[in-house]
Design a protein around this ligand. Structure first.
Ligand SMILES: NC(=O)C1=CN([C@@H]2O[C@H](COP(=O)(O)OP(=O)(O)OC[C@H]3O[C@@H](n4cnc5c(N)ncnc54)[C@H](OP(=O)(O)O)[C@@H]3O)[C@@H](O)[C@H]2O)C=CC1
Ligand SMILES: Cc1cn([C@H]2C[C@H](O)[C@@H](COP(=O)(O)OP(=O)(O)O[C@H]3O[C@@H](C)C(=O)[C@@H](O)[C@H]3O)O2)c(=O)[nH]c1=O
Ligand SMILES: [Mg+2]
Length: 290
């Protein structure tokens, strides 16, 4: 079975690549081999290789930069998934796509459901929503896993930023009024492989949106505390002590893109579909950094 993995150098892509190791027929073009922002090039690639499964882990994820680099964000987050969905609908190929908590407006404090009204607050979120809507419209059998606050030992993410800063400075100010669930890229890859297995066994999950995140929630401040405590337990030499992390409101940390305050995702639908219970985010973090 020919399987195309896009974004194989990213956080989720790297974990998928590792967990898919040994799978025959795996295509993982690098950016130099295939510019995913180039629609004609992607079309030609699909025509040439005819994949039967597409795992679309590529995206434009620089949230603040997306406010100004709009064309690049739109190409990767909206136009690419639309094109992949059209190809999959036509050819019968299986599509697994990823999306974000940033499609929701962040109001209230209850977890979002998959059918909750969307309302992105920033351009990244707007383009991701456009991508989701295109996938749902073009290819109803496709799966969209909406996740949140992705981290990994590889790549640019909040966990690695905090660990870097904790080795350099004795104080840190972190927003405490944005809540959500930090999600290890390895969990996303493991669940994606379960979904793929279902498809390969002829029992695919019903198409549509599923939230994919650990159980529980915290603020970015809670996440930073947990990252630093975990690193200390593991004997890392840090300049920063957990007590020296200051909780601040979002208004004290101005950024070009606005972030949602409430990013909680209800994961019941995914748990029911796969017959699993997702771990708590703290358990997952402890496991990841051991
Ligand atoms: N990061 C997060 O916190 C969250 C992410 N998500 C979603 O999860 C999915 C995976 O995200 P994540 O793994 O963090 O993403 P990353 O930013 O880590 O990886 C993005 C990947 O896309 C590739 N890419 C981007 N532009 C191009 C291009 N023009 N041509 C070829 N390749 C390109 C990158 O390649 P290169 O290495 O060459 O740049 C990289 O492999 C995305 O759909 C994202 O929206 C959802 C919620 C949270
Ligand atoms: C580094 C730093 C960040 N922050 C805040 C800014 C922000 O509100 C929060 C997290 O910072 P980040 O830059 O990692 O946030 P961001 O890049 O917006 O993270 C998002 O990325 C996209 C791709 C998603 O899809 C989302 O789920 C989410 O993970 O922490 C501080 O308060 N103090 C700091 O020193
Ligand atoms: Mg970021």
């Amino acid at each position: 079975m020919k399987l195309l993995l896009t974004g194989s150098s990213g956080q989720v892509g790297t974990e998928l690549k590792q967990q898919l190791a040994g799978q025959a027929g795996l295509l993982m073009p690098s950016r130099a081999e295939l510019d995913l922002a180039d629609e004609a090039a992607v079309q030609a690639y699909l025509k040439q290789h005819q994949p039967q499964v597409i795992l679309n882990a590529a995206a434009y994820t620089a949230v603040d930069l997306a406010e100004t680099e709009q064309a690049a964000a739109l190409a990767l987050n909206a136009q690419l998934p639309a094109l992949l969905a059209r190809y999959c609908a036509k050819s019968g190929a299986y599509l697994l796509h990823y999306s974000t908590d940033y499609v929701y407006p962040g109001t209230g404090s209850e977890p979002w459901q998959e059918d909750s009204p969307t309302g992105p607050l920033n351009y990244y979120g707007q383009t991701k929503l456009q991508g989701d809507l295109a996938v749902l419209a073009q290819c109803p059998a496709a799966l969209i896993f909406r996740t949140s606050w992705v981290y990994s030992v590889h790549g640019k993410n909040f966990r690695n930023t905090i660990l870097r800063l904790a080795k350099q400075q004795a104080e840190l100010r972190i927003v405490a009024d944005q809540i959500g669930a930090p999600t290890a890229a390895s969990l996303i890859a493991a669940i994606s492989l379960q979904a793929l297995q279902r498809f390969q066994q002829g029992q695919p999950m019903t198409g549509g949106v599923y939230h994919l995140a650990p159980r529980g929630y915290g603020s970015w401040y809670d996440f930073a505390q947990a990252i630093v405590k975990q690193a200390m337990k593991q004997g890392e030499a840090l300049v920063l002590l957990p007590e020296a992390i200051q909780p601040i409101p979002s208004s004290d940390y101005p950024t070009p893109a606005q972030r949602p305050l409430n990013s909680r995702l209800c994961v019941d639908k995914l748990e029911r579909a796969l017959g699993i219970r997702l771990p708590e985010w703290q358990e997952l973090l402890a496991f990841k950094t051991q």
